[in-house]
Design a protein around this ligand. Structure first.
Ligand code: SF4
Ligand code: SF4
Length: 311
């Protein structure tokens, strides 16, 4: 794939399309997950979406050590190691040839190049349910703004067909690339992962001043915004952090906030993508911690609830 085609928005790279979701905007929805993310949250449950290129996932639990993939790879990116295989990530280009010889299903490629029309057609298959339920389409990721031209082209086509559109965003995007997407979104699910700049640098890899400035600009556009707050034990579940998140919502005139409690549903993906997972042993927050966070947000006048499908 020529990078120019990605840059022009002719093609996008998508990790999945999920139908019948009910937590990511009103009504029944279909979600498109974009590949590529500017942040690297230490608790991420979708690390296979970080890199904007197709990537090989290897699940050792399903690998029978047959070695067929070793001969299939013309780049010599795979070697046999302890009844399984080792993928040299610096050599692998994600071509997917090895997956065709792996009958156990241990190898998969994350990320498929698709045109705007291909994604649109898939997303609109359930149009009848959107009409009946007041639902629509949600673009998520990864981070959909990383593929801003593709997102704009897709959103324009969805709007021409009168679909309700939502985006879920981490907010880390230059405004000139962000603005066009926001204009085409009926609803913005805006992640506030941590409220403080240094905390953001430590846990996501970037400070949050750009994120907060973007949130201010979006609220000035009087967009429908819901704050998404991943509740991560030991990171942002202290009273000072919770209060600071509530303050961010209040000063931007945002009333709705979803708490997304940390979970470990995506743990195996870290191993599959060959990255060390820093939060492997972290326990999800207790019900008491979730209730305490809810109580604090409600006491600040926010319409807070537990919900949303991504942490
Ligand atoms: S995806 Fe392609 S380059 Fe990577 S290991 Fe498989 S065959 Fe080799
Ligand atoms: S082809 Fe599949 S099952 Fe066989 S060694 Fe490779 S990854 Fe394992």
């Amino acid at each position: 794939m020529e990078s120019g085609k990605l840059r022009s928005g002719e093609f996008g790279i998508i990790t999945g399309i999920q139908k019948f979701t009910v937590h990511d905007g009103p009504g029944v929805r279909t979600m498109a997950f974009f590949k590529g993310c500017p942040l690297q949250c230490k608790w991420c449950q979708n690390p296979e979406t970080w890199d904007i290129r197709p990537e090989l996932l290897h699940n050792p639990g399903e690998c029978i050590g047959c070695g067929k993939c070793v001969t299939a790879c013309t780049k010599n990116a795979i070697t046999i190691a302890e009844k399984s295989i080792k993928v040299s990530r610096d050599i692998c280009n994600g071509c997917g040839d090895c997956t065709k010889t792996c009958y156990s299903g241990a190898l998969k490629i994350s990320g498929t190049y698709m045109t705007v029309d291909e994604v649109f057609d898939k997303l609109m298959e359930d149009e009848i349910f959107y009409k009946k339920s007041g639902g629509g389409i949600t673009l998520s990721g990864g981070e959909c703004t990383v593929q801003n031209e593709f997102a704009i082209n897709l959103l324009k086509k969805l709007k021409r067909h009168k679909a309700h559109t939502a985006i879920e965003t981490c907010g880390y995007c230059h405004w000139e690339n962000f603005k066009g997407i926001i204009e085409l979104a009926d609803l913005v699910l805006f992640d506030i992962k941590v409220p403080f700049d240094e905390q953001s640098r430590v846990y996501t890899g970037h400070g949050n001043s750009l994120i907060l400035e973007n949130l201010r600009r979006i609220s000035e556009m009087e967009k429908d915004i819901v704050i998404r707050f991943p509740l991560i034990p030991g990171v942002n579940d202290d009273k000072e952090s919770l209060q600071a998140v509530a303050d961010i919502a209040v000063r931007n005139n945002i009333t709705r906030l979803n708490i997304l409690p940390f979970h470990q549903a995506g743990t195996s993906k870290w191993q599959a993508i060959g990255r060390p997972y820093p939060f492997e042993d972290l326990e999800p927050p207790s019900d008491e911690k979730i209730d305490a966070a809810l109580e604090l947000f409600l006491s600040c006048g926010l319409d807070a609830s537990e919900g949303g499908s991504k942490a």
